[in-house]
Design a binder for this molecule. Sequence first.
Ligand code: EPU
Length: 417
Amino acid sequence: MDKLLITGGRPLAGEVRISGAKNAALPIMCAALLTDQPLALDNVPRLMDVRTMAKLLGLMGVEVGPQADGRLQLQASQIKDPVAGYEMVKTMRASVLVLGPLLARCGRAKVSLPGGCAIGARPVDQHVKGLQAMGAVITVEHGYMNATANRLKGARIVMDLVTVTGTENLLLAAALAEGTTVLENAAREPEVVDLANCLKAMGARIEGAGTDTIRIEGVGSLAGARHRVMPDRIETGTFLSAVVAAGGKVRLVNTAADTLGATLEKLREAGAKIAIAGGAIEVEMAGRPQSVSLTTAPYPGFATDMQAQFMALDCVASGTGQITETIFENRFMHAQELQRLGADISIQDNTAVVKGVERLLGANVMATDLRASASLVVAGLVAQGETLIDRIYHLDRGYEALEHKLSGLGAKIARVR
Ligand code: EPU
């Protein structure tokens, strides 16, 4: 099994190109289920999760073209089997995003329940409740959601909590429903806006994406379209935090600073100089960062997907930072791995108190989930000596060519067996 070997202590310098966003590409790929015409996508990242989604759609009969230079074409001329089996859903929770579009297009769908995952229980009750409000009949048997509907009907849906994929699933379904759907307490994440933009290019009528009230006027059919997937704001934030932790000067290109929410301000608070020019961000960091305190929140609050990387930053900062996780109940698994590198972290309920230490020392550590792995990479880049990160398949799910990109910035990092 592949591991990453990092020899830390070198500042980062140069330019890095940010990939398309995983969490935008996955729901957008599902939009292909809503039309029999081709959906041509650009800036699609080369990631395991994208391959998994392509495979899942392929199993349903969607024609998936080759992925080259960020391009990927999907065409669901017909859907022969509106099913997402356990084997697929268990490897990637985002598979549940096929439920809404399958129901809207085929009037039926069978999707495995995702079950728990490492970072928390993550139920899908809001997805189900919303689809039921639109007239779907959904029963759960043998671990599967069996859903049927004649034609989904627009409804006013007030979501109990802010859910990103829940909002996306309902947006996808409502695009082809009869009448108007209003989603209240909707997620405002930029990925939701990107999905809405793709659907609009396909002929959907959507207003308010990016606010907490989204209004969708259902249409009878959608057409094919060409859409460019937004840049990955979490990959962007991960590189920025790596530079702030390890020091140096890096230019990030093909990114979008206006999607980063609270991340940039927190990095400035840590002492980074950040300049924005069009689709590029320049970050410069000299000396040791200052600790920052943060609480995760739905967008535009501080992203839970950046929490682990900031914990790594706080580990080497001057001062004490307090990190509170409010989105997922078990998203501090990186803390004990960071401690193996010499970090001083104490956890009380959903808050971690991180006392910065003068230095981390390389060690063998284990990746437990995608963003936890990213935090170990950030810490490994700063730690003295060698850090060997095991189970990096988590990283491959969500970071395109991470070790190549970091090597290009002068890091000593290699994939080993
Ligand atoms: N929740 C419910 N019921 C639901 C849906 C969600 O109780 O029906 C709860 C969850 O258990 C969680 C909270 O609501 O406590 C928020 O979860 P959300 O549904 O927003 O998360 P998600 O849509 O499953 C997406 C990203 C995650 C990211 C979260 C939060 C995708 C494919 N995944 O997950 O990304 O952490 O939003 O921003 O978009 C990652 O990329 O590493 C990742 C985990």
